[in-house]
Design a protein around this ligand. Structure first.
Ligand code: ADP
Length: 332
């Protein structure tokens, strides 16, 4: 069910279906369309001839022929004029209709190129945002693995305009420039006490204050999995709502749920912190349960910190930035 962003040539993707950014004739063209027809061979063109074309914003299915993918879903993106000619709605429709075909066919994995972002002129970063939003919404309701395949090196580059703020933040925080804001030990002990007792910690711990602490301290020892499930309940979320928002596969979530000692990878643990919309302190607390911490010695952690402190918990937006800076992605 997760959304994965990858850099690749879409004709090499071994998925159930790849999506072709075609033109209305469906008879082949340049760019990704040309590459797909070349790799698939003449059988694809022959089948396309039987389809009678395709309207902008619509999608049609064919076999994959010589491609590693079993099927090709052909969709026709809008030509970008100035953004005021219904381009966005048409582009959204391309993704929706293609996903609807994949769903109807019972496909488990689909790979999209950045539709309209080449010869049709849709600004690439905006085209990507449309893609992640529509696919992200779809994945909240449906189980499928969806790839966005980026071909052009200039897309999602750290030099791209949307990332200038993040770049500044990284430059200003990478080790040696500004030490990471850390929880001091007394603050940590105070929070542990409050977690255990469910009450404000006294300034000084007296013997009376310690009463009942033994039992309740047990919750400090809760595992990552236990803390995760507790937080899901506290936030009033469902399990599915949480793992989908975290861009995490259902099977992985089941493993975490059934094994209280499960040790997730750091990107997985952070994906859950993002889905739960935890503060930076809470994120660090959840990470500690899995044996990790955030530091200023690497870009990955600083990018995560950037988004959490901004209150931006959109996992796809965070993943786009991580991808641009060549870092591991969250969830998938
Ligand atoms: P459109 O006419 O819809 O703009 P294009 O084929 O010109 O279609 O470009 C759509 C996107 O596909 C562009 O971002 C381009 O970089 C990308 N692209 C081109 N060739 C490939 C390929 N082999 N695999 C994946 N993406 C590709």
């Amino acid at each position: 069910m997760p959304l994965k962003i990858v850099r690749n040539d879409i004709t090499k993707m071994a998925v159930d279906a790849i999506v072709n950014a075609a033109n209305e004739s469906l008879l082949g063209g340049g760019g990704v369309d040309g590459a797909i027809h070349r790799a698939a061979g003449a059988g694809l063109l022959a089948e396309c001839r039987t389809l009678g074309g395709c309207k902008t914003g619509e999608a049609k299915l064919t076999g994959g022929y010589g491609l590693p993918a079993r099927y090709v879903i052909h969709t026709v993106g809008p030509v970008y004029v100035d953004g005021r000619h219904g381009e966005r709605a048409l582009l959204e429709s391309c993704y929706r209709k293609s996903l609807a075909i994949a769903l109807e066919k019972g496909l488990e994995s689909v790979a999209f190129p950045l539709i309209s972002s080449g010869a049709y002129g849709y600004p690439k970063e905006q085209a990507l945002r449309v893609a992640t939003r529509v696919i992200g919404d779809f994945l909240l309701e449906n189980d499928m693995t969806v790839y966005i395949v980026i071909f052009d090196k200039s897309v999602l580059s750290p030099k791209a305009k949307p990332y200038s703020d993040i770049k500044k933040y990284i430059d200003g925080n990478l080790v040696g420039v500004s030490p990471l804001r850390r929880l001091s030990l007394p603050a940590l002990s105070k929070r542990c006490f409050e977690d255990a007792m469910g009450a404000a910690a006294p300034t000084e711990l007296t013997e009376d204050g310690m009463e009942g602490l033994g039992d309740r301290l047990k919750c400090i020892d809760e595992s990552f999995s236990q803390m995760l499930l507790r937080k899901i309940d506290e936030k009033g979320m469902t399990d599915a709502g949480c793992y989908k928002k975290a861009n995490i596969d259902r099977k992985l979530f089941s493993k975490i749920r059934s094994d209280i000692h499960y040790r997730p990878s750091k990107p997985t643990a952070i994906a859950f912190a993002i889905a739960l919309e935890l503060s930076l302190d809470e994120t660090e607390e959840l990470l500690r349960k899995a044996g990790f911490a955030l530091s200023h010695s690497n870009k990955f952690d600083i990018i995560i910190e950037y988004f959490i402190t901004k209150g931006c918990y959109n996992i796809y937006e965070i993943n786009e930035a991580l991808f641009a800076f060549d870092q591991s992605l969250l969830g998938a």
